[in-house]
Design a binder for this molecule. Structure first.
Ligand code: TYM
Length: 350
């Protein structure tokens, strides 16, 4: 079966954007794929973190995966630092990727701000580690939100440059796969990853401003629905969500130029596993005073069981820790298989 890989950073609370853009898709992919879902703790230290909070944050992402319905026995849930091969391959990719590629990343530019000289080297090299996360398993399918698209394009660039730089040794070892790039046949060691960004809510926007992404770092808590919010809070945030004065259109085209309406319809569709067109066929012509209560009910019905299960799981951390330990062990065995071949391709003695 195709190998699916994705990661979530253990920084702060998960929000509806993380759930709809990523975790809900992780759950849906389990039936037909071999899935690996990773709490990317190495990535999280590119931001200022409080040492005391990190273990709990790592566990709470694992808890969210499990509470959302990911089966840790049939698939693999683990934390990144448990598999040192991620960092090893990232170093190799640091020597493949170019500084210019990293400098062009919009997320780096946003996070580094004006004082780029003082950004950590880790923040600059962040996408190199992300490429290593995926390619150390030679995974092919990566479900993410729209904001990760550029990073996945870079992952393909890194894979391609590695494949071309080491072409002769990859052929000699016979461990590669034949792919075509344009018209060129290439014996590739690393596959070209397929981003999975589809669905009705690839980019969940702030509830206060339909032109800004819903994010952990927005100072206004009203801008996002957190996975830990209770029913009352979810209801208040949706009721206060910004909208325009018109009712809902009956067709998707009618959402153009109405970012807030588009966002709420997308959220509804994603929570209901339906399309925006289907939602508009039902609610077209109605006012937000009708749509918002329906959205509240749906959001609470979907999120409350997850929130409840998360807090139950967090009550006994030994269960989560055992899952992470087991997942880490299985992931390490897979990653080491790749790294033996990579070391061989590069020419390291082992
Ligand atoms: P992170 O931890 O910021 O976010 C986790 C996932 O949530 C998605 N997401 C959103 N989707 C829709 N609307 C939003 N407003 C929204 N906000 C966040 C993200 O796209 C992501 O899928 N670099 C990654 C973590 C990572 C990773 C990887 C992902 C590290 N290695 C390898 C895939 C493969 C990140 O910071 O995600």
């Amino acid at each position: 079966p195709p190998l699916v890989f994705s990661g979530v950073q253990p920084t702060g609370n998960l929000h509806l954007g993380n759930y709809l853009g990523a975790i809900r898709k992780f759950v849906a992919l389990q039936d037909n794929n071999d899935c690996m879902y990773c709490v990317v703790d190495l990535h999280s230290i590119t931001a200022q973190l409080v040492h005391e909070d990190l273990p709990g944050q790592i566990r709470s992402i694992a808890a969210a995966f499990i509470a959302s319905g990911i089966d840790p026995k049939a698939h693999i849930i683990f934390n990144q630092s448990a598999v040192p091969q991620h960092a090893e391959l990232a170093w190799i990719f640091n020597c493949v990727a170019r500084i210019g590629w990293m400098n062009r990343m919009t997320q780096f530019k946003d996070k580094a701000g004006k004082d780029r000289e003082n950004a950590s080297l880790g923040l600059l090299a962040y996408p190199s580690l992300m490429a290593a996360d995926i390619l150390v398993y030679r995974a092919t399918h990566v479900p993410v939100g729209d904001d990760q698209k550029q990073h996945l394009e870079l992952t393909r660039d890194i894979a391609m440059k590695f494949n071309l730089d080491y072409q002769a040794h990859i052929r000699k070892g016979g461990k590669g796969i034949d792919i075509t790039v344009g018209e060129e046949p290439v014996h590739a060691y690393f596959p070209m990853v397929e981003p999975m960004i589809d669905g009705p809510a690839p980019r969940v926007m702030s509830l206060r401003d339909g032109t800004k992404k819903m994010s952990k770092s927005d100072p206004s808590d009203l801008s996002r629905i957190n996975l830990v919010d209770d029913a009352e809070t979810i209801s208040r945030k949706i009721r206060k969500a910004k909208t325009d004065p018109d009712g809902l259109p009956s067709e998707v085209e009618g959402l153009a130029g109405r970012p807030e309406a588009d966002n709420l319809v997308g959220i509804y569709a994603a929570l209901a596993d339906r399309t925006k067109a289907e939602i508009l066929a039902e609610f077209g012509g109605q006012q937000f005073s009708v749509f918002k209560p329906a959205l509240v009910e749906l959001a609470v019905n979907v999120l409350a069981p997850i929130t409840g299960e998360m807090s139950r799981l967090m009550g006994d951390t030994s269960h989560i820790d055992a899952i992470l330990r087991d997942g880490g062990e299985r992931a390490r065995a897979r990653a080491e298989t790749t790294m033996r071949e990579v070391r061989e391709i590069i020419g390291f003695l082992q």
